[in-house]
Ligand binder design. Structure first.
Ligand code: SF4
Length: 280
C-alpha cells in the first residue's frame, strides 16, 4: 500500500488527528543536515521513483475513506528537484481531484507554485517549512532546497489563489535559527497556522551536525546529553525546551496566528499540524 495511516514511529508525543500519509518519492535530495529519514531509509538523499505508483494509487484511492486527510509527505518532500521535470506529484494531485481526496501538502520547495491551478480546485491546505529566513544559514542547513524567500513567494501566490496556508518553523535550533525567529516569523506572518518544533537529534544527524557545525555543537552537545531520550530521539532538557516553546507561542499568537507544536508534549490549538485548515 502506498497510502498508509500516519504513525510517526508510534511516538507517544504525536497529537496529530488521524490522517493518511503518502510519500510520492523515496528519499529526498534537499539533504538537510538535521534530517531524520537517514536513520531508516537507505541512501536517503538520493531520490527514487516508485514503481507503477499512479495505477496502484488509483486503485487505493477508489477504496480510501474520504473523511480523512492524505498528507504529503513525512519521509520525503513531494517536490524534490526532479519533480520539475517528471511532474509525478502533479499527476497525483490530478488523481486526488478525480477522487475528491482531502489533502495537505508540506514542502521545502517552491515548485508547488506550478500546481496552484490544480491545488486551488482541491480540498487542501499548503504548508512550507522555513527554519530560518537567513539565506546563508538556510543554505548550510538545507543545501539543495530552494531558497526560503522563493518558498515564501510561492506560498503567497497560493494564498492569493484562496488556498489555506500554514508554515512550520522546524527545527528551531538554539543559538542558531532561534536567533532569527522574529525575522522568520515576520516573513511568514501572512499564514493562518504555524507549527514549531525544537531540534531533535538521532545518532546519525548528531554526527552530521557535529561535522558541519563544530562550534555550534560544542554548545549544543552538552545540552542534549543532559536532555531527554524519547523514542530514539535526543531532546533538549525539558525546561530549556519549554522556555523556547513558550516564547515562540507568544510571538506567534501575538500576530493572530494559531500555534501548534510537534512531538513536544506542549500546547497546540486547534491542531498541532494545521489539519483543521483543510476544507470539508
Ligand atoms: S526536506 Fe525533509 S525529508 Fe527532505 S532532506 Fe530535508 S528534512 Fe529530510
Amino acid at each position: 500500500m502506498y497510502i498508509r495511516p500516519f504513525d510517526p514511529w508510534k511516538s507517544k508525543l504525536c497529537t496529530c488527528p488521524f490522517k493518511y500519509t503518502l510519500n510520492i518519492y523515496t528519499g529526498c535530495d534537499h539533504a538537510c543536515v538535521y534530517c531524520y529519514i537517514t536513520s531508516y531509509i537507505p541512501r536517503a538523499f538520493k531520490v527514487r521513483i516508485k514503481e507503477n505508483l499512479l495505477p496502484k494509487l488509483e486503485r487505493e484511492l477508489r477504496k480510501l475513506d474520504k473523511r480523512f486527510i492524505v498528507s504529503l509527505s513525512y519521509s520525503s518532500d513531494p517536490y524534490p528537484t526532479v519533480e520539475q521535470e517528471l511532474g509525478i506529484t502533479r499527476k497525483v494531485l490530478q488523481l486526488f481531484k478525480r477522487y475528491d481526496v482531502r489533502c495537505m501538502l508540506l514542502t521545502k520547495s517552491d515548485i508547488f507554485g506550478r500546481d496552484i491551478d490544480i491545488l486551488s480546485e482541491l480540498k487542501c491546505a499548503i504548508g512550507i517549512t522555513v527554519t530560518t529566513v537567513n539565506e546563508g544559514k538556510a543554505s548550510l542547513l538545507e543545501p539543495n532546497a530552494p531558497r526560503p524567500s522563493s518558498r515564501i513567494k510561492a506560498l503567497k501566490k497560493a494564498k492569493k489563489a484562496g488556498i489555506p496556508v500554514y508554515a512550520r518553523i522546524d527545527p528551531i535550533i538554539p543559538f542558531y535559527t532561534w536567533e532569527d525567529f522574529d525575522e522568520t516569523l515576520d516573513a511568514l506572518s501572512f499564514v493562518q497556522h504555524i507549527t514549531v518544533s525544537t531540534l531533535k537529534l538521532r545518532p546519525d544527524s548528531w554526527k552530521r551536525m557535529e561535522a558541519k557545525f563544530p562550534a555550534l555543537m560544542k554548545k549544543l552537545s552538552p545540552l542534549y546529553k543532559k536532555g531527554e531520550r524519547i523514542g530514539g530521539y535526543y531532546y533538549l532538557p525539558r525546561d530549556f525546551r519549554f522556555e523556547i516553546l513558550k516564547k515562540a507561542r507568544k510571538k506567534v499568537e501575538d500576530k493572530g496566528i494559531t500555534f501548534g507544536s510537534c512531538r513536544e508534549d506542549y500546547y497546540s490549538h486547534p491542531t498541532c499540524d494545521g489539519s483543521h485548515l483543510v476544507p470539508l
